[in-house]
Design a binder for this molecule. Structure first.
Ligand code: GLV
Length: 323
């Protein structure tokens, strides 16, 4: 029997790719940069399955370009804002993602960004390398305390809760804001409205999905509610923060510092004014980038792909209404 045809839009870890190779006729994109949209449109023609990354825009036009035989879209990411889910659902195409397995790696990274921004780790390194370190000084590179501070978590799903767990080891007071959490839930921390969270938190960490409600949730007005000593951390999606408003807030000292693992756009252009700021850390979207986590993500993405190709329910499906 002929093997199903799939397009894999980037080299992924062998753990998952070996499974795909064994079961499918694979067209693999081997370049370092993602395929351009026009190239994607060409390469998906006639495939039964698509294994894609968060850098690939998968919209209705692309699904139609693939053709009516397209059975499954498997995203090698937990986020799926790169995929038009209603369009996939309308075509009865299940979409898979990789939830759960990257929770700890991402929460670890969010906490390390929080610490690094507060305690000025990256600035300290630059200071040393620039030859500015002349002596131990009582007032050099001071930052706020982490232990005992208030942490506001926006988006209290798996990753937000895992961050709270880490913060509890630092005796932090946890506030959270998440309209999806049912009132009266017994999750650790205190549920508050967004304004209270922003006003009272020493650290604000973002863990929301990107959608029309959360795009530019952090903007000039919401940044103005934060304490001048506050630190903002974003490991969710870049467009949740209005970059221009963040630039102004950091430049004018309206907040103390920020750390971003995600930007808008990605990658951040080298002439972005954000890169001029000393009180901002920017990482290249690597919160889930531990080796074991990426291996597990590739496995889960492969399992979703293979399930869809053999008409089985995807182990982790973001649009179960297709069934
Ligand atoms: C990474 O950002 C992911 O969504 O997996």
């Amino acid at each position: 029997m002929a093997k199903p045809k799939v397009f894999v839009t980037r080299i992924i870890p062998d753990k998952g790719f070996d499974l795909v190779k064994e079961a499918c006729e694979v067209d693999l994109w081997t370049e370092e940069l993602p395929p351009l949209y026009e190239v994607l449109l060409e390469r998906v023609r006639g495939v039964d399955g698509l294994l894609c990354l968060l850098t690939d825009r998968i919209d209705a036009q692309l699904m139609d370009a693939a053709g009516p035989q397209l059975k499954v879209i498997s995203n090698h990411a937990v986020g799926f804002d790169n995929i038009d889910i209603p369009a996939a659902t309308a075509r009865k195409i299940p979409v898979g993602n990789t939830p759960g397995i990257l929770t700890d790696a991402t929460a670890d990274f969010a906490f390390s960004l929080l610490v690094a921004a507060a305690r000025r780790v990256v600035e300290g390194d630059r200071y040393v390398r620039a030859g500015k370190w002349k002596t131990w000084g009582p007032s050099i590179l001071l930052g706020p305390d982490i232990t005992g501070a208030t942490l506001g978590i926006i988006g209290y799903g798996r990753i937000g809760q895992a961050l709270a767990k880490r913060a509890s080891g630092f005796d932090m007071r946890i506030l959270y804001h998440d309209p999806m959490v049912a009132p009266g839930s017994n999750l650790p921390g205190t549920a508050v409205d967004l304004e209270t969270l922003l006003r009272e938190s020493d650290f604000v960490s973002l863990h929301t999905l990107l959608n029309e409600q959360t795009r530019h949730l952090i903007n000039r007005d919401t940044l103005a509610l934060m304490k001048p000593s506050a630190v903002l951390v974003n490991t969710s999606r870049g467009p949740v923060v209005d970059g221009q408003a963040l630039y102004e807030a950091l430049k004018e000292g309206k907040i103390f510092a920020a750390a971003l693992d995600v930007t808008d756009p990605e990658p951040l252009p080298m002439d972005s004014p954000l890169l001029e700021l000393d009180n901002l850390i920017i990482a290249p979207h690597i919160a889930s980038a531990s080796k074991p986590t990426r291996d597990k993500m590739s496995l889960m993405a492969a399992e979703n792909l293979l399930a869809g190709l053999s008409d089985r329910r995807l182990p982790t499906c973001v649009n179960p209404e297709v069934y």
